[in-house]
Design a binder for this molecule. Sequence first.
Ligand code: CU
Length: 200
Amino acid sequence: MNKFLIPFLGSILLCSNMMVAQDKWSSNRADGHAPISIMGDHTHHKGEFMVSYRYMPMWMDGLIEGNDAIENRKAFDNYMAVPQDMRMDMHMLGAMYAVCNRVILAGILNYIDNDMDLRSRMGMNFTTESSGFGDIAVNALINFYDKDRQKIHANLGVSIPTGDLEQSGDTPTMQNARLAYPMQLGSGTLDPSIGVTYLG
Ligand SMILES: [Cu+2]
């Protein structure tokens, strides 16, 4: 009798352990992670360390005023030079480290490469460029709920304005002119961010 009882009890124990394991949120499934552009979607177990590299190219063109597309002609009423298109390449270096199961630190540093084609009011086409390291974002992810295969963590962070704001280049009207805001590498301000992430 005992011969059968022991494996039987053993399998019940295993199953109950599995039930406990299944109680917790797991990112092991194929859909367990958010799309790559979403930062801070997951946390780590104590002592785990992760480094990441993400690359994001972006193309922009066209002019709008409010919600309406406008022609160059209209923009020249107010501006000496008007952007025609812009390309931005962002290289994002990230690191995560779990201090304990509850608190995970994450940092992101961007390297940015910008190119902007412009046209002057006199009809001259020219290009401006800027590149360098952008702002540094430091985040803490704090786990506070993990039950019934649902998990909630808080995202508390701050973006530190380390990116250069003095990027300059030559334009038809001025040598070494300070470039427009979208060509600068940082926001220039200390930006806090607060979020809550729910996984289920
Ligand atoms: Cu990670």
